[in-house]
Write a protein that binds this ligand. Structure first.
Ligand code: SAM
Length: 260
């Protein structure tokens, strides 16, 4: 697992300010369509970028609660939301929400549940804190959907297997529909949200994730049969492909909108 400390908070923030993830947030807001006066919880608020947009949309008669288990993330989100009195950030775990039943009109959680081992418990908690008819939007990546050009496919597969190891479930989206239904939710809409870099862009999700995967493999590669030399060779291969104009990366995120 990754520790979401101050350095990780800064790199998530930088990656989530890239145009790819800004446009993901627009899609998420469009699907959830928060209304003025609504009470919304953002589970795993992270840097607070989505919570900031939500707070402006629900206005000063609404309420946004950003919940996260990492102190560095809460600190960053609190700073971002400081000028918006309708928003607050609290420490907490997605599997044990410290709120009474039915207090929220909507819930949102992007790129969080793939880190959560006990999904039935997390969804039961969401169901409990939403009012009847309340809506929830969950977005996560299925890391099987990666298409990433490389000169050595076997080494790329080992690098991606290593990255899978930082998550509780790297393939959560494929299971999310049945998990929702078993908890008593009705799935209303599912959309695919691709992160595509058909050529190299230094300020992009692809560039950020390449840095993150490289760093993670340097510390954890041995468990997946990757030596430091092999991780370095993977990185140098990517730099060569970038130089030749042959870089290609894509991965799919999936957004589920459900109602209680
Ligand atoms: C990749 S970041 C996503 C942040 C934010 N949702 C976004 O999309 O910008 C994952 C966040 O989930 C939080 N997180 C992971 N597991 C959690 C849990 N069980 N309960 C609460 N937060 C959790 C991490 O601390 C981190 O801030």
């Amino acid at each position: 697992m990754i520790e979401f400390d101050e350095a990780a908070a800064r790199s998530v923030e930088a990656m989530y300010l890239t145009p790819d993830v800004v446009s993901q947030r627009m899609r998420v807001l469009d699907m959830l369509s928060p209304k003025p006066g609504e009470r919304v919880i953002d589970i795993g608020v992270g840097p607070g970028l989505l919570a900031h947009d939500l707070a402006r949309l629900v206005g000063d008669t609404g309420r946004i609660v950003g919940l996260d288990m990492a102190p560095a993330m809460i600190k960053m989100a609190r700073t971002r939301l400081a000028a918006l009195p309708q928003a607050e950030c609290v420490a907490g775990d997605a599997t044990a929400l410290d709120f009474p039943e039915g207090v929220f009109d909507a819930a949102v959680s992007t790129q969080v549940y793939e880190y959560v081992a006990d999904m039935p418990k997390a969804l039961a908690e969401l169901h409990r804190v939403l009012r009847p008819g309340g809506r929830v939007l969950i977005l996560d990546t299925d890391w099987r959907s990666v298409v990433w050009h490389s000169s050595d496919e076997a080494r790329m597969a080992r690098m991606l297997a290593c990255w899978d190891g930082h998550l509780a479930d790297p393939h959560l989206p494929a299971k999310l529909g049945p998990l929702f239904r078993r908890t008593g939710f009705t799935v209303a809409r599912v959309e695919i949200v691709p992160m595509l870099a058909a050529q190299w862009q230094p300020v992009s999700y692809a560039a950020g994730i390449m840095r993150a995967i490289h760093g993670y493999a340097r510390g954890n590669g041995a468990k997946y049969g990757l030596t430091d030399a092999e991780t370095q060779a993977w990185h140098e291969d990517q730099l060569r492909l970038i130089e030749r104009g042959e870089f290609f990366f894509s991965v799919n995120r999936y957004a589920f909108l459900a109602t209680r």
